[in-house]
Design a binder for this molecule. Sequence first.
Ligand SMILES: Nc1ncnc2c1ncn2[C@@H]1O[C@H](COP(=O)(O)OS(=O)(=O)O)[C@@H](OP(=O)(O)O)[C@H]1O
Ligand SMILES: Nc1ncnc2c1ncn2[C@@H]1O[C@H](COP(=O)(O)OP(=O)(O)O)[C@@H](O)[C@H]1O
Length: 200
Amino acid sequence: MAENIHPIFETILSKVDKENLLEQRGVVIWMVGLSGSGKSTLARGLEKRLHNEGILTMLLDGDNLRTGINKNLGFSDEDRTENIRRAAEVSKLFSQCGIVTICSLISPTNSIRKMAKEIIGEDSYLEVFVNASIEECEKRDVKGLYAKARAGEIKSFTGIDSPFEAPSSPFLEIITEGSTIEESLDKLTNSVYPKIKSGN
Ligand SMILES: Nc1ncnc2c1ncn2[C@@H]1O[C@H](COP(=O)(O)OS(=O)(=O)O)[C@@H](OP(=O)(O)O)[C@H]1O
Ligand SMILES: Nc1ncnc2c1ncn2[C@@H]1O[C@H](COP(=O)(O)OP(=O)(O)O)[C@@H](O)[C@H]1O
């Protein structure tokens, strides 16, 4: 299929040229966790804080991507894999432009996250495990989806009847139970900021 495709990998401008222009590193901050764990809240808060520091960002949220580029995908293992593959490829494009890309997707399994890391490149991939217990997420039930899943109205719901494997060695783990949003954001910002500014 790819025999007539001739991609140009040699470009006049490199990722580093673009990072130097922006005075930032184009890292991808990949936020992982159960529905309701706090990924979107922290991703949005982080983006605002980085923007206020003069850093150019892009936010990719699973729910939003599923209304556009991923609108044909559901929640089977196969569709989740394709969902993450596309999100990782898009992240890579932004990252190569020097843009700090913040992704907020459940990314439920080790193999899915390994794929994302391989697409983006190990040096640019910062995995953040946003951790709250299933009991806490269910108690929050921000969108009422856990109640629907328990009632059998949603099938293959992560943590209920579809697996979530906790990341074993993330760049950072943020436990959002028993911490305020501001405390979690302080920890997140303080951890990623040096990576964004390293080498500049
Ligand atoms: N079956 C099922 N399982 C999990 N989540 C579900 C499901 N159906 C709908 N939703 C809503 O979809 C959001 C998760 O989409 P993602 O693209 O992040 O999921 S995944 O990474 O492909 O597993 C998720 O958003 P978040 O709550 O922000 O995680 C839910 O709002
Ligand atoms: N420390 C915290 N960090 C992030 N969210 C928190 C925290 N404490 C409580 N919350 C609440 O948890 C919920 C997380 O929802 P959301 O960000 O939509 O999660 P997700 O994107 O993972 O589905 C929000 O209602 C938020 O106010």
